[in-house]
Design a protein around this ligand. Structure first.
Ligand code: NAG
Ligand code: NAG
Ligand code: NAG
Ligand code: NAG
Ligand code: NAG
Length: 446
């Protein structure tokens, strides 16, 4: 029988609202308050010292063992060092509260913190100040990106990661690998200005990623295969590689992906799909409400992506792409026009619809749109249903489209962080898309 108080707990623990693009509820099934009431395992009671020198990995492992079947592992405010990496595996009904700053001191590859095979999990900062400092510049200055990734969740169900900051990873910052029903939000990620330092990579099922800021020079928030029901919204690529999908190879299986309210500043691209050969399919993709400024590429679906080797196969089949409401400017429309849809000759894409798309060039007075093996509606896309291959066609325009002007963000980064100096832990921005407040209030905000 339900008592009134257990009913109340249920109401409070109700996971975040379900958006249409998701297939069901996301987030932990139990609130961290309920877990804390059951048990709290403070790592400083298990041997951790906040002296910025002593490795906390053994203490973190012990605290996890004590709380992994129901409870909250707490890393309180303070400066901690980590020289060995942890795999926190097999937890259920637990949370990891990161209020302190963990600084990498070890040099192994792999993942500093790996959460695996867990259910009903939450990684969060109660103050919004919890962070992991990777000091990746110590690797990058030597031309290496072979150090550790900062955070990976693998095979985790019903979980959230929020209100934490990841800084200067030697390698990727955060991977969401083969997870289900997850929510990632209110995160700041700030890395060095070079490739291979991805922000968030996700290949999973039913994941909501929102209100995230990424500074780096590679993937901002990127979907890989296999993935289904991924909703990405309110993303601030604040000097980055930009958002995208890929790269894709054999057996690609990606569907029901939405990116909405994506602000991209001084990045490689606003959205890029990357493949070269391979097979499988990508369908039901919505890319709406994008604003860009200072980016080299804007919308690029490139199935002959030259930065990867050609993989055996007829090409990944793309279909049902709904792309609308893009505004802003690209760097140089004569060199890299704002629309490029280049699909595979042996698998022309279809039902790619582009509407309400108004972007203009920052340099010069013209730009072009280019399509190849691509069917759908809008711009240079071919209509019809025979889906025969055709060579690249370009449409030149020498007049700015109406309504292209779009706001910038006051906090746009003016110069990159480079790769040779340490990067400070940033504070969380108040907003991740012009005029839009975070869906869930930032931790520690009034
Ligand atoms: C995850 O939560 C859903 C309810 O939202 C539940 O049906 C499912 O069993 C949970 N998964 C696991 C592995 O417990
Ligand atoms: C794409 O969406 C349609 C309509 O919602 C759905 O019937 C179809 O199964 C989806 N495609 C995939 C591969 O899931
Ligand atoms: C288009 O995007 C802008 C933000 O760039 C938003 O304010 C507006 O409501 C969107 N329009 C539609 C029709 O969704
Ligand atoms: C593309 O446009 C066609 C024709 O207007 C429409 O039937 C189809 O539903 C649209 N598909 C998407 C994914 O927007
Ligand atoms: C973008 O980066 C700059 C430089 O660090 C920073 O000042 C600004 O706060 C960042 N923007 C946001 C929204 O965090």
């Amino acid at each position: 029988m339900f008592s009134f108080s257990s009913l109340l707990t249920l109401v409070i623990a109700l996971p975040a609202l379900v958006a249409g693009e998701l297939s069901g509820k996301v987030g932990p099934t139990t609130s961290h308050a309920t877990k804390a009431a059951k048990k709290t395992c403070d790592i400083t009671k298990y041997g951790a010292v906040a002296d910025g020198k002593t490795d906390i990995s053994a203490a973190l492992n012990s605290a996890f063992t004590a709380c992994k079947t129901g409870g909250v592992v707490v890393i309180p405010t303070g400066n901690y060092a980590m020289s060995k990496w942890v795999k926190l595996a097999g937890g259920n009904n637990w949370a990891l509260q990161l209020d302190g700053l963990i600084t990498r001191t070890g040099t192994d590859g792999g993942n500093m913190i790996m959460i695996e095979h867990s259910n009903d999990f939450e990684l969060f900062s109660s103050t919004g100040k919890g962070a992991i400092q990777g000091n990746g510049y110590q690797f990058h200055i030597q031309g290496s990106i072979s150090g550790p990734r900062l955070l990976r969740v693998w095979d985790v169900t019903n979980f959230s990661v929020h209100d934490i900051t990841l800084v200067d990873s030697p390698s990727f910052h955060f991977s969401v690998d083969t997870c289900t029903n997850g929510e990632v939000y209110n995160m700041a990620i700030r890395g060095g200005n070079q490739g291979g330092l991805d922000g968030i990579d996700v290949w999973s099922n039913n994941i909501w990623i929102h209100d995230v800021m990424v500074t780096n020079k590679d993937e901002c928030v990127t979907v890989k295969s296999p993935a289904k029901n991924i909703l990405v919204e309110n993303v601030y690529c604040n000097w980055s590689g930009g958002c995208g999908m890929g790269s894709f190879g054999t057996g690609t299986a990606v569907s029901d992906i939405t990116y909405r309210n994506i602000y991209t500043w001084s990045s490689n691209q606003m959205f890029m799909l990357k493949s070269n050969g391979g097979d499988g399919s990508i369908s039901n993709v919505t890319l709406e409400n994008f604003i860009g400024h200072g980016n080299a590429y804007s919308l690029t679906l490139d199935q002959a992506w030259t930065s990867m080797k050609t993989i055996a196969g007829n090409g990944v089949q793309l279909s049902n792409f709904h792309i609308s409401n893009w505004t802003g400017t690209e760097v140089k429309g004569t060199a890299r026009g704002p629309i490029k849809v280049a699909c595979a000759a042996k698998a022309p894409c279809h039902d790619v619809n582009i509407s309400d798309f108004a972007m203009w060039t920052e340099q010069g007075g013209s730009q072009f749109y280019s399509c190849e093996n691509a069917y759908g509606s809008g711009f240079c896309l071919k209509s019809g249903t025979n889906y025969a291959a055709y060579p690249a066609t370009t449409q030149w325009v020498s007049k700015a489209p109406a309504g292209y002007a779009a706001p910038t963000m006051a906090a746009d980064l003016k110069t990159a962080f480079g790769t040779t100096l340490s990067i400070a832990v940033p504070t969380m921005p108040a907003s991740f898309f012009p005029g839009v407040l975070p869906i869930t209030k930032l931790a520690g905000s009034k």
